[in-house]
Design a protein around this ligand. Structure first.
Ligand SMILES: Cc1ncc(COP(=O)(O)O)c(C=O)c1O
Length: 399
């Protein structure tokens, strides 16, 4: 009944968890939700006000498919201020979130049989979109032992004559790892020589905890501007997930093709959202700093709480808002067969929702989103640690 392409893709595991948790919550069950892939903060007030003003001023009609000139200029000004790189309106396309930015790129760039290299643990949409474009994802695995570092050699070793693009996500979901400028430069130099595109998912670009060099925009535009694309978003930086606003930055030929594609699919991002996003980008960036400080505090607290049980092996996330502990020792001591099973029993018995590593091509891990209050983090962590202890005792008694 369905098109053949749908046999190649699977539903988003993070969205599945959200739906299951929501179902339980609707039944009145107190679920601690560590599944969320979105900030728990409200959208900053000035952006909300800009959205309201847009409605009141009847700015509620179609806009240009690829976004208003105001928003495009706001995006270009932001990247010039943040990275010292100039983009023009013709190199900018406003999309319905980073997700559509990446989707448009996949659709306009990839042919059947092309290979696209990316790194795991990954955000599941990345390989699925490659498959939707009839191309083949090629996965390079990073390791918890060295902080999920993307080693350029492993990417370069995966290159074949069919390689069309490399997708880098930094800071990464689900690990929070950031790529170093040197490593990206090594990848860029090799890709530039071979005419391979480098696509960077910068969705979490504003959520980096330490003052580490992360000017990926400059690294790539200095080396291979004509083969570089950035997929970006207002969602995480400005707590604007529901507004659906992201953007592509890259060569105008690709931006123009993506504009044509978008013109026949979704058209423009909601006019109201565009006004709000323009405000977020041009206004004070203080709300971003405040949210980042709050996430940092939660990350540190969460690491401390989990440190009492060394079977939860945590790498300190350098960015984003997820802790991604390896839990193979928990599985050994409790007799639970997989991280998928552990996440299921945690939801059904301990009432904690989180995403199993399997969805990120990383069995043996759990993703814990700390985009929730410290109180809920404490409650959920206590439930997890107590549940594991209880299971261990039950296992020992049965043996
Ligand atoms: C790594 C990564 N890229 C892109 C996105 C897209 O987010 P949005 O479409 O809301 O901008 C997400 C959302 O979870 C993500 O985690």
């Amino acid at each position: 009944m369905l098109a053949e392409r749908m046999t190649r893709v699977s539903a988003s595991p993070t969205m599945k968890v959200a739906a299951e948790a929501e179902k339980l919550k609707r039944q009145g069950i107190d679920v601690v939700d560590f599944g969320a892939g979105e900030p728990d903060f409200p959208t900053p007030q000035p952006a909300k006000d800009a959205g309201k003003a847009a409605i009141d001023q009847n700015f509620t009609k179609y806009t240009a498919v690829g976004g208003t000139a105001d928003l495009k200029q706001a995006i270009c000004a932001r990247y010039l201020a943040d990275y010292g790189v100039t983009f023009t309106e013709a190199e900018t396309l406003v999309t319905a979130g980073g997700k559509q930015a990446l989707y448009n790129i996949a659709m306009v760039l990839l042919n059947r049989g092309d290979e696209v290299i990316t790194h795991a643990p990954y955000w599941p949409t990345i390989p699925e979109q490659v498959k939707l474009a009839d191309a083949n994802p090629v996965i390079v695995h990073t390791k918890a032992e060295d902080g999920f570092k993307v080693h350029p050699e492993t990417i370069l070793d995966a290159i074949t004559p069919r390689t069309k693009a490399v997708i880098i996500n930094s800071p990464g979901n689900p690990t929070g790892a950031v790529i170093s400028e040197q490593d990206l430069a090594a990848i860029a130099d090799a890709c530039a020589k071979r005419g391979i595109w480098v696509i960077v998912d910068l969705c979490y670009e504003k959520l980096i905890y330490d003052d580490v060099p992360h000017n990926l925009v400059k690294v790539l535009t200095d080396r291979m501007r004509e083969r570089t694309l950035f997929a970006c978003s207002a969602s995480k930086a400005y707590s604007m997930t529901g507004w659906r606003c992201g953007w592509i930055l890259g060569p105008k030929e690709v931006v123009s093709a993506a504009n044509t594609l978008q013109g026949h699919s979704t058209s423009n991002v909601a006019s109201i959202s565009q006004r709000a996003a323009a405000q977020a980008l041009t206004g004070s960036q203080e709300p971003v700093t405040q949210m980042l400080n709050e996430y940092r505090g939660r990350r540190d607290q969460l690491m401390e709480w989990f440190s009492v049980d060394p079977r939860f092996e945590c790498v300190k996330p350098a960015g984003a808002f997820y802790l991604f502990p390896r839990i193979t020792k928990v599985l050994e001591s409790t007799g639970i067969s997989s991280s998928a099973e552990l996440s299921e029993v945690l939801l059904n018995e301990a009432r904690v929702a989180l995403t199993a590593g399997e969805g990120f091509d990383a069995p043996g891990f759990l993703r814990i989103s700390y985009a929730t209050s410290l109180d809920r983090l404490r409650e959920g962590t206590t439930r997890i640690l107590e549940f594991v202890k209880k299971r261990e005792r039950q296992g020992a008694a049965a043996r």
